[in-house]
Ligand binder design. Structure first.
Ligand code: IPD
Ligand code: CA
Length: 275
């Protein structure tokens, strides 16, 4: 990494932007009125998503006019050919949870430098938990260092996953993977906010997380937080994670290859027409 990059300055503004979005999420908590469907049932957008995005985009653009921004409800649509610095933002991860006042929601702010994650902030303003990390500087929860779990096997693991909004229309919808992994671990949680699933892996509360159909803004911040907490993040095949591939596997590192192998078993069965 370029030693001239002032990561402290960048993080200060990432935190400030996240706090501005958090104020919006607190303001509309329990009061959303305008709930619209996007691609499918459950794919929602509310006035909280939009206003949260507006305030953080305005703030980041003001501070860093030469940087680019990719965000869920507006902005760029791809990380390909982006500027040196690309902010990847989900102004509200867990919109369905938010509309039900299920307090597993976050604003997720990631910054890529030359295409790879440089820093990340995942902030749940309802529980007041703020996860953050800068490349090479470790990960923290509310200012305290965090580390991934030491769980050694899949059968002793608590794992998270999620299901894309195309699950009714697409046979590759993670149902087969869910059943297969569920038979082999202690439990699976589907709490509904990918950025927080990753943050929980980083904090050692979950041993792993996988999902398909996931978008850049859901994972950009969480990836660096897991990595800086000592974990591993790849695609399903254990190859380096590619933000736009849509498949992610994050873990404490120890159980990583075991889960990857099981995901490959399911894929082979699907390709052979068995699942
Ligand atoms: C969703 C959540 C969910 C995941 C979906 C995401 P959104 O983000 O992270 O956990 O399963 O794939 O789209 O729509 O609430 O920002
Ligand atoms: Ca969102």
């Amino acid at each position: 990494m370029d030693n001239n990059i002032n990561t402290q300055h960048l993080m200060t503004h990432a935190l400030e932007g996240a706090h501005k979005s958090a104020e919006v999420l607190k303001k509309y908590w329990g009061k959303v009125e305008d709930i619209r469907h996007k691609s499918a049932i459950g794919d929602l957008v509310t006035e909280a998503d939009k206003e949260s995005e507006k305030v953080i985009l305005e703030y980041i653009k003001n501070q860093f006019p030469t940087h680019e921004i990719l965000s869920e409800e507006s902005g760029l649509t791809s990380t390909a050919n982006a500027a040196e610095f690309l902010w990847v933002i989900d102004p509200l991860d867990g919109t369905t949870n938010y509309t039900h006042q299920f307090p597993f929601v976050a604003v997720s702010v990631g910054l890529l430098y030359q295409g790879s994650p440089l820093l990340g902030v995942v902030y749940n303003p309802i529980t007041n938990e703020l996860f953050q990390a800068v490349k090479g500087q470790g990960a923290q929860l509310n200012g305290h260092p965090i580390h991934v779990s030491r769980t050694e096997s899949l059968q002793d693991s608590l794992i998270a996953t999620g299901f894309g909004y195309d699950r009714r229309a697409n046979a590759d919808n993670n149902y087969a993977e869910f059943l297969h992994i569920y038979q082999r671990c202690q439990g699976i949680r589907r709490a509904g906010a990918a950025a927080l699933d990753l943050a929980f892996v980083a904090a050692g509360r979950l041993d792993a997380y996988w999902e398909r159909g996931i978008k850049e803004w859901d994972i950009a911040a969480g990836i660096i937080i897991v990595q800086e907490a000592g974990g591993r993040v790849t695609n399903y095949e254990s190859n380096p994670v590619n933000l736009s591939e849509g498949r992610i596997l994050a873990s404490n590192g120890i159980i990583h290859d075991e889960i990857s192998r099981e995901l490959m078993v399911v894929r082979a069965a699907r390709e052979a027409g068995l699942k």
